[in-house]
Design a protein around this ligand. Sequence first.
Ligand code: ADP
Ligand code: MG
Length: 673
Amino acid sequence: AKPRLLDDEEGGVLFYSASPASSSTYGHVSLEKERQRLPVFKYRMSILYLVETHSTTIIVGETGSGKTTQIPQYLKEAGWADGGRIIACTQPRRLAVQSVAARVAEEMGVNLGEEVGYTIRFEDVTNPDLTRIKFLTDGVLLREMMDDPLLSKYSVIMVDEAHERSLSTDILLGLLKKIQRRRPELRLIIASATIEAKSMAAFFQTRKRRPQLEGEDHGLKTEPAILSVEGRGFNVQIFYAEEPVSDYLRATVSTVMSIHNKEPMGDILVFLTGQDDIDTAVQLITEESQNSGKSSLGMIVLPLYSGLTRADQDLVFSPSPRGKRKVVISTNIAETSLTLEGIVYVIDSGFSKQRFYNPITDIENLVVAPISKASARQRAGRAGRVRPGKCYRLYTEDYFVNEMSLEGIPEMQRSNLVSSVIQLKALGIDNILGFDWPSSPSPEAMVRALEVLYSLGILDDDAKLTSPVGFQVAELPLDPMISKMIIVSDELGCSEEIITVSAILSIQSIWISVKGQRELDEAKLRFAASEGDHVTFLNVYRGFLQSNKSSKWCHKNFINYHAMKKVMEVREQLRRVAQRLGLALKSCENDMQVLRRAVTAGFFANACRLEPYSHNGTYKTLRSSQEVYIHPSSVLFRVNPKWVVYHSLVSTDPTTNESYTPLGSEPNTGHLV
Ligand code: ADP
Ligand code: MG
């Protein structure tokens, strides 16, 4: 490859090219024309034919070829939603569900929530009488099985983004395979962006009993059909960093600036890892471009991660105004779930946030970890959507070739399985180890999950759900520890408060992310409770109510008004579920002692003790003696009480390898259940 320098400025990243390029153009067309120009359009008849004749159809097609937005429409046009039946399409990510549903409603010229609707946890935008195409997360579809085990209202279920192998997708696939035996007329479509199709096909082929007899009655082929949609991506020239990059945020900023200053028009898509580094990058790039004078003209820098408001999402999808260059800084949601038009340059940090679970220490971390080659290729592909593009990898070619793993590990094999076990148990699947998984979880992880559930009183000696607690926990759409906390709060007489706290815990963050961490810390101090973050949350909520739910009040206190509105909504939903489960809604007023008891009853497995003589606030977890620290965002940071229970554990910094608890609550000392 001929070396080519992109950036010769001091502090910049040096790149060299590793692939050749070619050229072409793209014009503007109407929505209907746009639909027909998508690669899947040519396969419309084949897809409908395969779905008609096969129980399971596997469709592989490059990102942006139209799988998600078009196939449900084709199915509807062909009559699969007639007679009150519904076509379902699942996604692993909430934001993708919302965005794709909105797009399909727009293409069909209908109001979102009527013929086309969507459901994500705590947000149901469907109409039971009208909705014919329904987008939903794989997790929500799993929940629907509790009320309707055979998913009888659906005629076709499209499990999308199957290559991602999310935890819920895998469980769903195992269960759908079972459902097909009882409902041979149900059609499955497995859609995927990569050619992992063969192992999927093998999974659907190997059936324990011989279901062919049932299937043949319907004239259906039970072995899966595979269809591959030929993409139309343009060539993407790859550039690698000449030297390993030590700080990918700085490298991102300098690469964006240098593309903006030296390369022709075209939008830039940057892959970072999460809200924190994305917000920082947006801020740094905005500052940098203002400092450098003329280049601030014509750049619009936008973040993309789940939890954005509707309006911010729309900004990302709207075309760049004339003469402006859009720079979208995204999590890996833009890797395959969402397609942005107009992207010509991709910057790939080489990292994403991934869940990792260690069954030995029983600790689950959300860590910034290296992506796989398969991901890197997907990311690069995003640059070749409208014309030949360029991808700048913030790592060396040597690293890509010799060190990057070929493919990611299925989430199933790197997750805590507590929630999955409850869901399967609630669906009457007792022999969980013998369950037909697309890829088996580790026995250690399974044993750990059973242990926790047993200690929480959710499973009995025979590993069956206890009555009523186990069944109640399964009904609540929350982490089992939170659900347990709610159930205990009923006996303790503090369910109103605990439900408030639970609602806040299910929202990403109620704080506004701001420039200076200091201002936010000061704002938090106004609400800080010595009892810990849970009571602090309660204080925020009470303050919000006292302000008459004022957005001004939120602004003044660095609280995200939209998040608080969402908290109110979630809280109402949880209250309704609690009432349905026969829990009494009671307030403990100002008795924080009982509230802490309830928190501890749910989270005792996450208890940690301050190391005696520790000067730097080192804690050890009780279950595995793992060293942990209180996260700086917790009000207990530096307070360092003797005992804490934590809500979650993260290790976010790959360079320092620090792990800490972001959320602490001091339990009643000596009252660890
Ligand atoms: P696939 O599922 O195969 O990756 P999609 O069906 O998601 O493909 O996308 C097909 C086309 O629809 C793409 O050109 C994409 O840009 C467009 N599209 C999808 N969602 C939106 C949206 N919210 N706004 C504008 N265009 C969209
Ligand atoms: Mg898609």
